[in-house]
Ligand binder design. Structure first.
Ligand SMILES: Nc1ccn([C@@H]2O[C@H](COP(=O)(O)OP(=O)(O)OP(=O)(O)O)[C@@H](O)[C@H]2O)c(=O)n1
Ligand SMILES: C[C@](O)(CO)[C@H](O)COP(=O)(O)O
Length: 229
């Protein structure tokens, strides 16, 4: 498999969490959330290095206990997640070759099962586009109308929750994301930039344990998922 570079967007403020500090620094099973996320990626030998996008006001980064900071490069994040990822991609100019893989994983997803990361690498190894971990929707889906009233039930067949990591070739992701941002397209994940560019990312089924810590109740769930093998 071609060399792989990881990007961890960690420059959010965690508005929906409503905590006194950004959620990626909240304690989880005795360690900050971001430490768990980075430890998982640092343990993967196929990842050559990690570019972490941090908030301009981030004063917590130096407090992290990390195994190997030499494999980690820091960049300043941007206004939106996509801007943070773009800043990290620019830091790979002159480092990553065009066909190298770039794996983007949210700082707020500390429970990534190793089996899911392995499945992503295996299923995408020779894929011409790249893809993402995703989980099929299990519930009936409703679309809200005016007020808290149902406007419609949405056919859930073929609907998936996009997770991370999402993995694409460096040149393709850099060009697609830069073009989408320049066109002011709403980009909330890397796959949507690739789709806007006219390609179809591969869906690789992943575990619902790989949740994104977003609201306070997610921390207790994450603590439980970290106990699973
Ligand atoms: N400008 C931003 C916004 C988000 N992120 C990162 O993108 C990931 C997923 O974003 P989200 O869950 O939305 O995090 P926040 O933006 O911090 O949450 P909120 O929307 O509640 O403020 C997080 O690891 C977050 O740190 C980022 O690097 N740069
Ligand atoms: C990228 C992502 O994790 C895919 O589900 C998610 O979109 C990031 O969270 P956000 O709230 O959209 O920034």
């Amino acid at each position: 498999m071609r060399r792989c570079h990881a990007i961890v967007p960690a420059a959010g403020v965690g508005k929906r969490m409503g905590a006194a500090i950004p959620k990626q620094y909240l304690p989880l099973a005795g360690r900050p959330v971001l430490e768990h996320t980075l430890a998982c990626l640092l343990a993967e030998p196929r990842i050559a290095g990690i570019v972490v996008a941090l908030g301009a006001e981030d004063a917590w980064w130096p407090t992290l206990q990390l195994g190997d900071r030499r494999r980690i490069t820091r960049v300043e994040g941007g206004a939106e997640r996509a801007d943070s990822v773009m800043n990290a991609l620019r830091a790979l100019d002159g480092v990553a070759d065009a066909e190298d893989w770039v794996l983007v994983h949210d700082a707020a997803r500390p429970c990534l099962p190793r089996a899911d990361l392995e499945r992503l690498f295996c299923e995408l190894a020779d894929d011409p586009v790249g893809g993402l971990l995703a989980a099929p929707v299990r519930d009936t889906m409703k679309r809200a109308g005016d007020g808290p009233r149902v406007a419609a039930t949405v056919d859930r067949s073929g609907l998936w929750h996009a997770l991370t990591p999402q993995m694409f070739r460096f040149a393709l992701l850099r060009e697609a994301l830069a073009a989408a941002l320049a066109a002011r397209v709403a980009i909330t994940d890397e796959a949507s930039a690739i789709e806007w560019f006219g390609l179809q990312p591969r869906l690789v089924e992943g575990s619902a344990a790989n949740l994104k810590i977003t609201r306070p109740e997610d921390l207790r769930l994450a603590e439980f998922f970290l106990t699973l093998p």
